[in-house]
Ligand binder design. Structure first.
Ligand code: GLU
Length: 475
């Protein structure tokens, strides 16, 4: 089939998300107008504000969209980019609704954005702009521990979250849960261990779970494990970097290509992810990174011969015009919406396996959930039981050493001797979440004769859960 002659199905990001939703809903027997109620975005707040900078007033436009409130608070990141627009924010908010339901994070879906190029402003200017944007959202309960809890997204990180949390605290000095008003904060400002790398870690756990299911692995044309698999990562930002780092350092995968804004680099023998990241952080051009083949046209990276492709940058990078050129058998959507609905069809038709965004990048919001729970419970995870666990293990080991002629293997002893700290519990909770969500998607895909792929299954699981919550509503 000549896919180049296919007409694009969709024009916008939101339309693409809605189309994927509709397909899943068509396979569910939903009562009345429930499907439409879930799909509709509840509200989008658009704000214009001015900040005095460099001696004059500068105007900024921002959004906070609340897609669903069947569970509260609504949850989702705030993005800083010049490409932010209403369609994008609403599409991302909808994805948050479905993502949270899929991984059983007890939240509605929300998303925010500010139209800004953060590289144009000094740090103290960014702080002023962020605090002002936060003030506008706090005034309307669009930042609030029990109503709406933002988090980092593209262009924002723990620095912005700390400013926002501080602004909320100043405006609500008597709220004892103030700290829970945003997640992704620095550790010393109420954050949680493992949040920064959580989305990348989630991508790793998602792939590990995929490789635990021999028939899925076989259907994708693979055998074995992640060890030795050739991976291309598009975007070496927070998510792409951590996914590439963990896969290469812990699972034996080979990062054979990295795509960035200014081109792509390849090395079939593997790229040193740490060295490349350090090179980019030092603001060196990709083209000057040694020991790799460089191409200026980054889109070629998406078409590079590899086993696993990880789009980890932004939406709509694999479209109907380049989907037929993708060679990777397995594509895992670390970004939100990197494959458009029509590109999805082409890829599925050509036998590629897609691990969908709803699931693949849910590590971020999962660990955000742990952070929020930590904040409202006012106690660090592991604080009560860690030393007690250690004492119990030590007593057990002493007995064991006394009866075993060669004692206990030192590596095992070291493992058993230490109780779980916050980072161990966060990783365990994230791993458990990713495994459970994968199994839930798989069950639906297997049991539903017309379910074509994992994405549709993910939406079906999410929608069923949302309907389950709505069943208890009286109004
Ligand atoms: N921005 C991230 C996402 O798209 C994290 C959201 C959150 O932690 O609330 O999933």
């Amino acid at each position: 089939m000549n896919f180049q002659n296919k007409k694009p199905l969709t024009t916008g990001f939101l339309e693409s998300v809605n189309l994927m939703y509709d397909r899943a809903v068509d396979l569910l027997d939903l009562p009345g107008d429930v499907a439409q109620t879930i799909k509709a975005c509840n509200s989008t707040y658009e704000v214009q504000f001015s900040v005095r900078l460099r001696g004059k007033l500068h105007s900024f436009k921002g959004y906070r969209s609340v897609h669903s409130e069947h569970m509260e608070p609504a949850k989702g990141g705030i993005r800083y980019s010049i490409e932010v627009n209403k369609d994008e924010v609403e599409a991302l908010a909808a994805l948050m609704t479905y993502k949270c339901a899929l991984v059983e994070a007890p939240f509605g879906g929300s998303k925010g954005g500010l139209i800004i190029d953060p590289t144009e402003w000094e740090d103290h200017e960014m702080e002023k702009i962020t605090r002002r944007f936060a003030y506008e959202l706090i005034k309307r309960d669009l930042i609030n521990p029990s109503q709406n809890v933002p988090a980092p997204d593209m262009g924002t990180g723990e620095r912005e979250m700390a400013w926002m949390a501080d602004e909320y605290r100043r405006m609500n000095p008597t709220d004892m849960n103030a700290c829970a008003c945003v997640t992704g904060k620095p550790l010393n400002a109420g954050g949680i261990a493992g949040r920064t790398e959580a989305t990348g870690r989630g991508v790793q756990y998602a792939l590990q779970e995929f490789f635990r299911h021999a028939d899925d692995v076989k259907a994708a044309g693979f055998d074995g494990s992640l060890d030795g698999k050739r991976v291309v990562v598009q975007g070496l930002g927070n998510v792409g970097y951590h996914a590439a780092k963990f896969l290469s350092e812990e699972d034996g995968s080979k990062i054979v290509g990295v795509v960035e804004r200014d081109g792509a680099v390849f090395n079939p023998k593997g790229i040193d992810v740490e060295a490349l990241k350090a090179h980019l952080v030092a603001r060196q051009p990709l083209s000057s990174f040694p020991g790799v083949e460089f191409v200026e046209d980054g889109s070629l990276g998406l078409e590079y011969d590899c086993d696993i492709l990880i789009p980890a940058a932004c939406e709509s990078v694999i479209t109907y015009s380049n989907a037929h050129k993708v060679k990777a058998r397995l594509i895992i959507e670390a970004a939100n919406g990197p494959i458009t609905a029509d590109a999805n069809d082409i890829l599925v038709e050509r036998g590629h396996t897609i691990i969908p965004d709803l699931f693949a990048n849910a590590g971020g919001v999962t660990v955000s959930y742990f952070e929020w729970a930590k904040n409202i419970s006012h106690i660090r995870f592991g604080r009560m039981q860690r030393r007690q666990e250690e004492a119990r293990s030590r007593a057990f080991l002493e007995q064991l050493e006394a009866v075993l002629p060669n004692g206990v293997d030192p590596a095992l002893k070291k493992k058993l001797e230490c109780g779980a700290g916050e980072i161990d519990l966060v990783r365990s909770g994230l791993d458990d979440t990713m495994r459970a969500a994968y199994v839930a998607m798989r069950e639906v895909r297997e049991s539903h004769p017309n379910c074509p792929d994992m994405r549709t299954a993910a939406y079906m699981v999410a929608v069923r859960r949302i309907v389950g919550v709505m069943d208890h509503f009286t109004m």
